[in-house]
Each structure stands twice: as C-alpha cells, then as structure tokens.
Write a protein that binds this ligand. Sequence first.
Ligand SMILES: *[C@@H]1O[C@H](CO)[C@@H](O)[C@H](O)[C@H]1NC(C)=O
Ligand SMILES: *[C@@H]1O[C@H](CO)[C@@H](O)[C@H](O)[C@H]1NC(C)=O
Ligand SMILES: *[C@@H]1O[C@H](CO)[C@@H](O)[C@H](O)[C@H]1NC(C)=O
Ligand SMILES: *[C@@H]1O[C@H](CO)[C@@H](O)[C@H](O)[C@H]1NC(C)=O
Length: 201
Amino acid sequence: MSYTYILVLFCSLRQKTVKCTSIINMEDILEPLCNKSDLKPYCREYYYVFAVDWANDEAVQQALNIRRGTIGKWEFYNTTMHYSEGKNDTFCYAYDIYSSFYYHKKLVSKNSRALIFRQVDNTAPSIIHLTFTSQWIAALGLPIDSPWEPFYVDNQVGGYEMTYVQNNFSLTFATVKGAGHSVAQYKPKEAMVLTDRWLAS
Ligand SMILES: *[C@@H]1O[C@H](CO)[C@@H](O)[C@H](O)[C@H]1NC(C)=O
Ligand SMILES: *[C@@H]1O[C@H](CO)[C@@H](O)[C@H](O)[C@H]1NC(C)=O
Ligand SMILES: *[C@@H]1O[C@H](CO)[C@@H](O)[C@H](O)[C@H]1NC(C)=O
Ligand SMILES: *[C@@H]1O[C@H](CO)[C@@H](O)[C@H](O)[C@H]1NC(C)=O
C-alpha cells in the first residue's frame, strides 16, 4: 500500500497526479515503462510480439484443439471491431462497459461457483484498484463462508483468499502477491495453484 499513500501525499492536485504518474507503468508500477515503438527484451510487451506468432502456429492451434478453419489470422487486438458499432470511444472493441455489477448480481441466484483473482497493489494507482474489486464483491451482500487466509506456493505465501456462500452460489475472492495487471501472466504458478485448488474443491 505504501506506493499509493506516497502518491496520494505528493499528488494532492489532479495536475500533480498526472505529473507523478505520467512515466509510470500502470500495469505494474514496479516494472519499467517501455517505449511501445522501441521495445527492449526486458519489456513485457516485447513477448506479445511472439505471442502472435505462437497463436498463429498450426502446431499450437492443433495442440489447443482449435478446429481447423474456425478462425482466420489471430490478432492481439482486433482494432477494426469498434467500427461495426459506429463508435470510436475505445481503442478497440465495440464500446465501453462501465459496470458489469448487474450481471454478477444475477449470477448470485444461480447454481454456480465463481473465482475472482487479482493482484494486490503493484498496479496502484492504476487501471483497476483493489478497492474497486473488494467493493463490488462486498456490495453483492453475500455471507462469508471462510474469512481471509493465505494460500501457499512452494512453502511461500502466494496470496490470500476468502469465500462467500449463499444457497448454491459460492464466490472465492483471492489476491496474488507480487502480480501485475493480469495475474496469470505475472504469476503463472500462483494462478495455476489457485485455479487447480478451486477446480478440485
Ligand atoms: C520511442 O522510440 C522511438 C523510436 O525509436 C523514438 O523516436 C521516440 O523518441 C521514443 N520515445 C520516447 C518517449 O523515448
Ligand atoms: C475483427 O472484428 C470484425 C468485426 O467483428 C470482424 O469482421 C473481423 O473479421 C475481425 N478480424 C479478425 C482478424 O478476426
Ligand atoms: C471512427 O473512425 C473512423 C476511422 O478513423 C472514421 O472513418 C469514422 O467516421 C469514425 N466514426 C465516428 C462515429 O466517429
Ligand atoms: C440448489 O441446487 C439443488 C440441486 O440442483 C436444488 O435441488 C435446490 O433447490 C437448489 N437450492 C436453491 C436454494 O436454489
């Protein structure tokens, strides 16, 4: 949390906030901010270039059981998609969804299980702050079945999790220590352990 507090202390004004965060990697403030048109091998985005080659490799598609002919060329972003809606308010996709709370609220009455996991606060004060996730989950008003407790990976704390249960619905909320914006990318082992345990229970 210390980073958030430091930034709040020093950036009391909006203009100052912009200045304080303008050259910071918002996906993980502990990693360097890379120049997108001159990626270096230490940049995480550098590997995305290879991801495209990987996903378009026929052997890979076969291994993933993708039926031949069901997709064309795989792209990292489909940047033409938003034009189909006639809106240009986003970089890609059709339009922004400002809240998906309505859908979560509906799922609560179903016979289903959910696993929500996210990074702790390496990305503060960025894209999706931990507070937002905690708040929408709390707003569902579900009774707590098991309170926060650590989960372990290689005898280390991988993060923390808690579970809510109501009738036939259960929701496990977990945080993964040291992860950046997308947990599985930054902490693949921890994400795997979490998912395996959730699927097994
Ligand atoms: C990013 O890289 C490009 C291409 O090398 C360069 O022209 C540009 O000045 C760089 N931008 C910054 C902010 O370093
Ligand atoms: C991108 O999305 C548009 C609109 O849905 C679609 O027509 C097009 O085929 C997509 N492009 C790729 C490469 O998948
Ligand atoms: C969206 O952008 C495209 C390409 O720049 C342009 O042709 C189109 O008119 C824009 N649409 C809107 C609704 O602004
Ligand atoms: C929970 O699921 C069981 C089995 O599908 C069903 O019989 C029961 O009515 C459900 N309970 C509630 C409260 O939805």
